[in-house]
Design a protein around this ligand. Structure first.
Ligand code: OAD
Ligand code: ZN
Length: 252
């Protein structure tokens, strides 16, 4: 069988029994990446217009770079925060939140730092790579939601440098978030992989955890990815179109 044969061109290719299994699921996990927020106007990292095509991750998303040049790293995060602050959840985020009405348990596991799942109304969220709306002091670990926008290098009352609460390359994921995500991946009966290239670990390992646990894997992406081979269904298209289409089927 040729690779492309296993792909559906639209959600409408999910057959009746797939839809029934979705409706009957007890616990659905949505595992999201940057493509989830692309339709909200937030750039993805890889691909044609990806952030990492224009900027070097080791110069911006890295603790040593921050210590060497905190002003530059802060300028970059303030710029991104500004885009994110003005972005609004798209139809895909809203559809995921809406699933909560129909399924006993929904878990969102996201690699995104943009808080858009929460703003869309999702409740049970694990943030694997942090949240750009939080910051903390590297010396005394005090958390700050707001930082003085006009200050180039924000400092804590204790004198320590404040940094964004996001995971940089070479850093561990927040233990409680990853642990919770692993439990959800190993318990769910359906696991959606939405808008991620699935190349960054350990986040991407959760897809394998779900697969080993026997959950049905549905991928939603505009193109084939590293993990398409293990998806039970790959739905090619935009998350903001496909997820609401699936939800519509609930009302038929
Ligand atoms: P990537 O930029 O690597 O991948 C985005 C994925 O979204 C690609 O597979 C696209 O094909 C897909 N995509 C784009 N638009 C879409 C749409 N409208 N609907 C559905 N899919 C779409 O982003 P991530 O996989 O999230 O980590 O990257 C993982 C991590 O790498 C990020 O969390 C970040 C980055 O470096 C850290 O900063 C630690
Ligand atoms: Zn401090």
């Amino acid at each position: 069988m040729e690779r492309k044969d296993i792909f559906c061109n639209s959600m409408l290719d999910l057959n009746k029994s797939d839809i029934e299994s979705i409706k009957c699921a007890n616990h659905i996990v949505f595992f999201s990446g940057a493509g989830m927020s692309a339709e909200s106007g937030i750039a993805t990292f890889r691909g044609k217009d990806g952030i990492w095509n224009k900027f070097k991750p080791e110069e911006l998303a890295n603790f040593d770079a921050f210590m060497k040049n905190p002003g530059m790293v802060w300028e970059w995060y303030k710029y991104r925060h500004d885009i994110i602050r003005h972005a609004i959840p798209n139809e895909g985020h809203l559809a995921i939140a809406e699933f909560q009405k129909y399924i006993p348990k929904i878990t969102v596991i996201t690699q995104n730092i943009d808080n858009l799942h929460k703003r869309a109304g999702s409740k049970n969220i694990f943030e694997l790579h942090g949240n750009i709306e939080r910051n903390y002091c590297i010396k005394c670990k005090t958390f700050y939601n707001d930082i003085e926008e006009k200050v180039d290098i924000p400092k804590c009352k204790c004198g320590g440098l404040i940094r964004p609460d996001v995971v940089w390359f070479g850093e561990y994921l927040p233990e409680d978030q990853f642990k919770g995500a692993e439990i959800a991946a190993s318990e769910c009966d359906l696991f959606f992989v939405v808008g991620t290239s699935a190349v960054v670990y350990p986040a991407a390992s959760l897809i394998y955890t779900a697969k080993h646990n026997g959950s049905f894997i549905i991928e939603v992406n505009i193109e084939e990815t590293e993990i398409s081979f293990l998806a039970d269904k790959s739905l090619i298209g935009k998350a903001g179109k496909i997820l609401p289409e699936i939800l519509e089927k609930f009302n038929e």
